[in-house]
Structure formats: structure tokens, C-alpha cells
Design a protein around this ligand. Structure first.
Ligand code: 4AD
Ligand code: MG
Length: 464
């Protein structure tokens, strides 16, 4: 049996005059005069296709090879030879071709031509077979590895926090309830659903963040991180929001806001550097076809220290600018994405850290600053993306935390376990969450978040 090669390894090793087997999907077939054909084969291991030459010495040349079309799957054995053609060093001279799956060209949704990303969203199960979505999938896998590499190098322990939770970390009430009650026949008490009869004996939901549980582990192990899916039932139909997205959340004991920001900046830079160093072929595709300025943008983000300003300074900058905003800016209201983008793209021209937001617009767990008006929060904004990271130093003082939670109308009994972390061995601690899809958008230049996750879930849409 000749050795099997994946195309990425084959193109790297170039084992000339060796008999090998490759498997993959036909991208194109071109027939030449003199009873032979060129097949472009892609196996997903890399962007490049392998050119295969098939001629009528192959037993099934007339009956099958000449019927191969885009999307067919085949196993091909042949000799690796030097290629006379431009743009490739080797090609495969086939001796046998076994077709394992046909793809009827009358109905196969992917044709040779370039399809729009909108169209490809209608076939989420087939779109990874295209150049750009295949590249995104490899990039996503590489970035996931780079996240673990970064934290592993620094001695952080990965914690698997629960997907089903009973606490609303962000307090925004945007949770998907999980239940096995009969929705057509709900048990009620005094006109309300009786969750005591539900699976967990109480109301539970899909998590919006692993932070609260990560805090418990940080206050035992020191430095931890989570990397998991999170769910938000927010009705935001934008190119930056998903109802199901992945978040990386480090949490550090004995760490203040500045240490938190330093880690966040190092983390983003590590991810960008990893892509530049390890994903060259796919990154080149993004630079050429997706975002013209991508290489410069990434280079700048890598080589420049992130600008750091406070929310109050940001508001001053915005108020004194001549720019016309749809939403007025005043101290105390949340920055809209138009404000964030203006600061990041026009004022700073690169990544920007905004810290110390008014406490009213931030969740209960953020640490109160001495001014009693702001909290030790930080958001990191990226050009073209807006918010990539949200984080804070956490309120470690029991009395202040209880007061804040009471103010926000939270049920202290529900969060009793969380308060225990302040009752027993409390310590200053900090953490943040990085939106995984948004960093993929930033490094690839992909404009719509639906195109950087395999099967996107958005309001009104969930396929597979
Ligand atoms: O700012 P957020 O809501 O912060 C938290 O959830 C904290 N508990 C994190 C922490 O401190 N451990 O979300 C963090 C990041 C955002 O900056 C954004 O990048 C991403 O998660 N994000 C979303 N990404 C895609 N779709 C959505 N609907 C998102 N909501 C937030
Ligand atoms: Mg946020």
C-alpha cells in the first residue's frame, strides 16, 4: 500500500518519484486534447489544491474520471512528479482513481464560481468546502490552540465551568431557559410557572458567562481560565452579535485592574502573532481577498502599545470632537458602537483600552472605585470591531458587594455561594472575557460574525 499523504504535508515534503495516495474533493476537472484530464483536488488540510493528471491508462477513465465534477470525493493513487506548470512544484500522475461519492452538478449547491457569503450562509454544512470558509475554519482551530498555549505558558489552569447555570452573571436578563417541562401543559402556582416541578427543582438557564464559577476557582488555584460556549437571548441582529458564541475568560487572584489590562494586551498580541507565524497561507488569502489593509492593521496592533484612557477622558474626547453622532454623548450613558469606533479608528487609530466606567452601566460584580461613581472596569476596543474584551477588577469586599447587589435587586440567597467567596478568604481579583468570534473577525477581516463560526445561531435562525 502506498503511503497516504495530506496535501499540506505533500506540498511541504515534495517526495518526488514516490507512489502515494491522496484523498479529497474535486474542485475542477479540465480535459485536454490527447485523452487526459487535469483534476484540482482539495483535501481541506490547506488552501492549495493538488493538481492530478489522469489519462486513459486508468481503467475507469472513460466511465468515471470523465464524469467527475466539482464536489465529488475520490481516493487517488499515483506518482509524485515535478510539475512543468507555473505556480506549483509538484503534481500527481494518477494510476488509480476510486470515486467514493458523486455530487450531481445539477443540484450540488457549490459551483466553480465564487459565491457570496450571504449565499453560503444558506448552506452552512457545505460552505467549509470553499476556499474562504475553509481558511476561516483552519484559522479558528489555530486560534483556539493559541489561546490554550498562551495560558498554559503562564501556568493558568483551564476550568470547565457549567453550561447550565442558575445565575445571570451579566444581570441583563438575556438568558435561554432550559427546561424539560411540557411546554403545552405547564404546571403553575398562582398563575406562574412552578419551576419546582422542573428538572432541577428551580429555574435554570444556559450560561451567559463562566465568570462567577471561574472566580471560585481563581480563589483556590490562583490563575484560571475558561473557554466555552456562552448564550445570550439578546435581539441584536448585527454583524458582531451571535446568540451562541465562544468566550475565553481568565480570572486571577491577587491581581488588580492594571495587571488585568496587561494580561489582556499580551493575550491579544499572542493570538495575532500566532496567526502571523503559523497560518501564513490562509492569512495571505485574507489579506488579498477579504481586507486590503489587513497585514498593516495586524502589524500595527502587534508593534504598538495599546492606548489606555478612562471612560471620563473618552467622553471628553467625544464631546469636543466635531463628528456628528446619532446618539448624543454624555457622562453616565454607555458608549455606543459609533462612539467606540470613532475613538478607536479616528482618535487612536489602533487598539484602545477604556477603563473606569460609571457604576450604573456595569454589572454588580465590578469593584467600586474610591470616587463612588465609577467601577474598576475595562473594555478593549479594536478598529473595525469595537468591543473585543470586557473585564474588571471584582468587588472583593463583602459589605460593598451586598449593598450593590441589593441596589440592583438581586436575590442574595441565589448568590449565597458567590458571597461565600468574600466571607471566607476573600482577595482582590480580576478577569476579563474575550469574544472568540470577534478576534477571528479581526485577524481575518471577515465582515460578518456569522461567517466565522460553523453553524451560527442568531435571532430567527438556527440550522443543523
Ligand atoms: O463584556 P461581556 O458581556 O463580559 C462578560 O461576559 C464578563 N463576564 C467577562 C469577564 O469579565 N469574565 O462579554 C465579553 C466579550 C465582549 O467583549 C465581546 O467580545 C463578546 O464577549 N461578546 C459577544 N460576542 C458575540 N456575540 C455576542 N452576543 C456577544 N456578547 C459579548
Ligand atoms: Mg461588555
Amino acid at each position: 500500500m502506498p503511503p497516504s499523504y495530506r496535501i499540506n504535508n505533500l506540498l511541504a515534503e515534495k517526495p518526488l518519484d514516490t507512489e502515494i495516495t491522496v484523498t479529497g474533493w474535486v474542485r475542477t476537472r479540465r480535459d485536454a486534447k490527447g485523452n487526459f484530464s487535469f483534476l484540482e483536488i482539495n483535501d481541506g488540510s490547506c488552501l492549495a489544491n493538488l493538481q492530478v493528471i489522469a489519462d486513459d491508462s486508468i481503467p475507469n477513465y472513460d466511465t468515471e474520471v470523465l464524469r467527475l465534477t466539482t464536489g465529488c470525493a475520490a481516493s487517488i493513487t499515483g506518482m509524485v512528479i515535478a510539475s512543468p506548470a507555473k505556480g506549483q512544484e509538484i503534481e500527481l500522475k494518477a494510476t488509480t482513481i476510486t470515486v467514493t461519492g458523486w455530487a450531481d452538478p445539477k443540484s450540488y449547491p457549490l459551483q466553480k464560481k465564487r459565491h457570496s457569503f450571504e449565499y453560503l450562509r444558506t448552506v452552512p454544512h457545505l460552505r467549509p468546502r470553499t476556499n474562504s470558509l475553509g481558511a476561516v475554519a483552519r484559522l479558528r482551530g489555530a486560534l483556539s490552540f493559541a489561546c490554550h498555549e498562551f495560558f498554559n505558558q503562564r501556568g493558568f489552569v483551564q476550568i470547565h465551568t457549567p453550561v447550565i447555570t442558575t445565575s445571570d452573571c451579566e444581570g441583563a436578563g438575556e438568558m435561554f431557559t432550559t427546561t424539560n417541562l411540557d411546554l403545552d401543559n405547564l404546571p403553575t402556582t398562582a398563575g406562574k410557572v412552578d419551576y419546582q416541578q422542573d428538572f432541577f427543582g428551580r429555574r435554570a438557564a444556559l450560561t451567559v458567562s463562566g465568570q462567577l464559577e471561574a472566580e471560585a476557582y481563581a480563589l483556590a488555584l490562583g490563575n484560571v481560565y475558561t473557554f466555552g460556549p456562552t448564550f445570550r437571548a439578546e435581539n441584536s441582529n448585527t454583524s458582531r452579535h451571535l446568540a451562541e458564541f465562544w468566550m475565553i475568560e481568565p480570572e486571577m487572584a491577587f491581581c488588580d485592574l492594571n495587571g488585568n489590562i496587561d494580561l489582556a494586551e499580551a493575550f491579544i498580541k499572542h493570538l495575532l502573532q500566532y496567526v502571523v507565524d503559523n497560518c501564513q497561507e490562509d492569512f495571505d488569502l485574507f489579506c488579498r481577498f477579504i481586507e486590503k489593509n489587513l497585514a498593516t492593521k495586524i502589524h500595527n496592533a502587534l508593534t504598538t502599545p495599546f492606548a489606555r484612557i478612562t471612560y471620563t477622558e473618552a467622553v471628553e474626547q467625544l464631546r469636543k470632537s466635531k463628528h456628528k453622532f446619532t446618539f448624543p454623548v454624555q457622562w453616565g450613558t454607555d458608549l455606543q458602537s459609533e462612539h467606540e469606533r470613532y475613538l478607536c479608528e479616528d482618535v487612536v487609530g489602533g487598539p484602545l483600552v477604556v477603563s473606569d466606567y460609571p457604576k450604573e452601566i456595569k454589572p454588580f460584580y465590578m469593584r467600586a472605585n474610591d470616587d463612588n461613581k465609577t467601577v474598576a472596569a475595562m473594555d478593549i476596543l479594536l478598529p473595525g470591531i469595537g468591543e473585543i474584551i470586557g473585564g474588571s477588577q471584582r468587588e472583593e469586599r463583602l459589605d460593598l458587594l451586598v449593598a450593590r447587589m441589593t441596589e440592583q435587586g438581586l436575590d442574595l440567597d441565589e448568590y449565597s455561594w458567590y458571597l461565600d467567596l468574600r466571607r471566607y478568604g476573600s482577595a482582590p481579583h480580576s478577569g476579563f472575557g474575550l469574544g472568540f468570534e470577534r478576534i477571528i473577525q479581526f485577524v481575518s477581516g471577515m465582515g460578518n460574525i456569522r461567517d466565522v463560526i460553523p453553524f451560527p445561531r442568531t435571532p430567527g435562525s438556527a440550522t443543523s
